[in-house]
Each structure stands twice: as structure tokens, then as C-alpha cells.
Design a protein around this ligand. Structure first.
Ligand code: NAD
Length: 355
């Protein structure tokens, strides 16, 4: 166990990264530096709740820029690097895999090298406390049949360009530990949902389209199964691993909430009907539109999160039912946030917000 005070968070303007940063600033006394390129997925609006705090800083940079990573890591002198920056959307990886290789593989390599160079020069006391925490996905394990779960021992079998690039980055992180001794921890988690989720992903897209009476696209027959994890439960687990995780170890993080895509979409329809009734739209289930399946679409993901429960005492607080209700309510209450994403305003103003 270490007592880190300085967190460098890559991808901190993204969906999960911003939840981690808000939590770090709001519930600890740590200093936080967000390093983010601000791609389409980076949104400084998601950091507004903490951006005036003097313990928060932001630097716009590309993790694949090796010189910038060396400069930033050395200047900030972190106790922990939490690495969340990535290209993260499977559909985009099918249309254009190049960016995924560049950021997820080359970028992780550049960050590892910067961290290693910095870590080697630390005095021995701080050296022991340092952590490079790599945040990854359960998609690296491939697809499950109707039964079974992904454990930390499951063999890697990535199927999409996205999951292959994340698998490659996991292997680099593992190798930097075994070969160079860099103190790393790796976490692989299931599908996240919750507030501040970019509207291209299934849950926020469905909520917003349902509100507006637009078609609700569902791949294939909607039978693919995902294990849904509330982003705040994930952020809590990540901070626990960053503080107490054993170096060289991997931890799976899951929500114990398996659901087919069609059931998720139907549940959202019922919630939107209840919380935002609109007689001119009628029952939202009528808006469901089945579309051609995603190529290579994995059938089922499900996480066995017994290790992190047993060794670190973590378990998710949200049931899917309560978490989904809270998420739908958040999108109803925060229309400005998603309107600014849809219109692109969030990108135009971003430099003005940077600290
Ligand atoms: P996201 O797409 O919402 O955010 C990614 C962030 O990384 C953005 O702020 C973006 O600007 C930044 N970024 C992208 N390329 C960059 C680069 N080259 N240099 C610096 N910054 C860059 O992603 P997310 O959903 O928050 O996911 C965060 C991490 O968690 C990713 O590594 C992802 O693989 C992993 N993960 C996500 C999920 C999920 O359900 N969202 C599940 C499992 C694992």
C-alpha cells in the first residue's frame, strides 16, 4: 500500500477519466494533472465541477508525443500515473484503425518510456511507492458463450481493432514490469455507463434519441450481452487499485449486471416514458429500429470480479436498475452538457477553459 499525493491522469477529459478526476479532487487531498489531447471524446465541460480547484491542472498533449511525455512527467513528478487516454469506440476502430494503433499502442509505449526514465531517477523511498496504473477493457478477452466469466487468467483473444490495440497496450505494460521492474497495475473492466457519457455510445444515444422521438438503432437482434458497470463504481475501484493494488497484478472490474442490448434499450424506453412523458411521441419502444449487425460483434462479455472483491474489498454500489434510472435523470437534468456536445460547442471553447 502507498500513500500517493500526486496523480497524473491521461485521458482525464474523457468519460471515465473525468469521473476519476472529479473523485480525486472531491474526496482526496491529492494534486491532479490531467494530460489529454482533447480529441472529439475529450470534453473540458466534464471537468467544470473541479476545474477551479487549485489542486487541479490541465495540460493539452498527445501521449504519443514522446518528448512532451518526458517533459510533462518529469516536471509534474507524479506518485501515480493513471493511464486512461485511448481511442475507445469500437465502430470507429472498424472504420479507421490507424488512430487506435497510434494512440493505444504507440501512445502507451511513449508514456511507459517517459514513466520508466522518470522512475529510475527517483530516490528509493519514492521509487517503491510509484505506480503506473493502466486502465483497460474486458474486450481483450474476446467473446464468451452463454456461460462462463472472464477472470484474470483468461487468455487474450481480441476480435476488433479496438480490443487488439488495447490488448497490445496491456502486453507492453506487463513487459515493462517484467523486463524493467516498472511498478505497474492493470485493470480490465466491463462496459461503463453513467453521467457525462459521450452520446455516440448505446446508453446515452438511446436516452437522447428517445427523448427527442428519434429512431433507436439496435445492432442485429439486440441479443448481444454486456456486463454494465456504473462509472462511479468504476472510479472508486480504480482509486482503490491505485492506492492498494499489488504491483505486477491485474484486477478485473465488473458490475455483475448482465443484460442484452435490447433489454437495455427497452428499460431506457420505459424510464424515459415515465420521467419525460410526451404524448406526441407515444411509447418510446415504437422507436426501436434494428440495423445490420456490427462486423465481428462479440456475443457476450461477463466479468468475474472475485479477485478485487477478495483482495481489496471492492464491490459495486449501484444496481443496474437504480444506476440506469439515475443516468436517465442526469441526461434530463443536464441537457446543456449534451447539447454542447452535439453542436460541437464543447470543442470550440475548450482552450478558453484550459488552466
Ligand atoms: P473516452 O473516449 O471517453 O475518453 C478518452 C480520452 O482520451 C479523451 O478525453 C480523449 O481526448 C483522450 N485521448 C485520446 N487520444 C489521446 C492521445 N493521443 N493523447 C492524449 N489524450 C488522448 O474513453 P473512456 O470511455 O473514458 O475510456 C477510458 C479508458 O477506459 C480507455 O482506455 C478505455 O479503453 C477504457 N475502458 C473503457 C470502457 C467503457 O465502457 N467506456 C470499458 C473498459 C475500458
Amino acid at each position: 500500500q502507498c500513500d500517493p499525493k500526486r496523480f497524473l491522469v491521461t485521458g482525464g477529459a474523457g468519460f471515465i477519466g473525468s469521473a476519476v478526476v472529479r473523485r480525486l479532487i472531491e474526496t482526496t487531498s491529492s494534486d491532479v494533472l490531467v494530460v489529454d489531447k482533447l480529441t472529439y471524446a475529450g470534453n473540458l465541460d466534464s471537468l467544470r465541477p473541479v476545474s477551479a480547484n487549485p489542486r487541479y491542472r490541465f495540460e493539452q498533449a498527445d501521449i504519443a508525443d514522446a518528448a512532451a511525455m518526458r517533459r510533462i512527467v518529469t516536471a509534474f513528478a507524479p506518485d501515480v500515473v493513471m493511464h486512461l487516454a485511448a481511442e475507445s469506440h469500437v465502430d470507429r476502430s472498424i472504420d479507421g484503425p490507424g488512430e487506435f494503433i497510434q494512440t493505444n499502442v504507440v501512445g502507451t509505449f511513449a508514456l511507459l518510456q517517459a514513466a520508466l526514465e522518470y522512475w529510475r531517477k527517483l530516490p528509493s523511498q519514492r521509487k517503491d511507492g510509484f505506480r503506473f496504473h493502466h486502465i483497460s477493457t474486458d474486450e481483450v478477452f474476446g467473446s464468451l458463450g452463454a456461460t462462463g466469466y472472464f477472470s484474470e487468467e483468461t487468455a487474450y483473444q481480441p476480435n476488433s481493432p479496438y480490443s487488439a490495440s488495447k490488448a497490445a497496450s496491456d502486453h507492453l505494460v506487463r513487459a515493462w514490469h517484467h523486463t524493467y521492474g516498472l511498478p505497474v497495475v492493470i485493470t480490465n473492466c466491463s462496459n461503463n455507463y453513467g453521467p457525462y457519457h459521450f452520446p455516440e455510445k448505446l446508453i446515452p444515444l438511446t436516452i437522447i434519441n428517445a427523448l427527442e422521438g428519434k429512431p433507436l438503432p439496435v445492432y442485429g437482434k439486440g441479443e448481444n450481452i454486456r456486463d454494465w458497470l456504473h462509472v462511479d463504481d468504476h472510479a472508486e475501484a480504480l482509486l482503490l487499485v491505485a492506492h492498494k493494488g499489488v504491483t505486477g497484478q491485474c484486477y478485473n472490474i465488473g458490475g455483475h449486471n448482465e443484460a442484452t442490448n435490447i433489454d437495455v434499450v427497452r428499460a431506457i424506453c420505459a424510464l424515459v416514458d415515465e420521467l419525460a412523458p410526451n404524448p406526441s411521441i407515444g411509447p418510446r419502444e415504437r422507436l426501436i429500429t434494428f440495423v445490420a449487425d456490427r462486423p465481428g460483434h462479440d456475443a457476450r462479455y461477463a466479468i468475474d470480479a472475485a479477485k478485487i472483491a477478495r483482495e481489496l474489498g471492492w464491490k459495486p454500489r449501484h444496481s443496474f436498475e437504480s444506476g440506469l434510472r439515475q443516468t436517465v435523470q442526469w441526461y434530463l437534468d443536464n441537457k446543456t452538457w449534451w447539447e454542447r456536445v452535439r453542436t460541437g460547442t464543447y470543442r470550440g471553447e475548450r482552450l478558453g477553459l484550459a488552466v
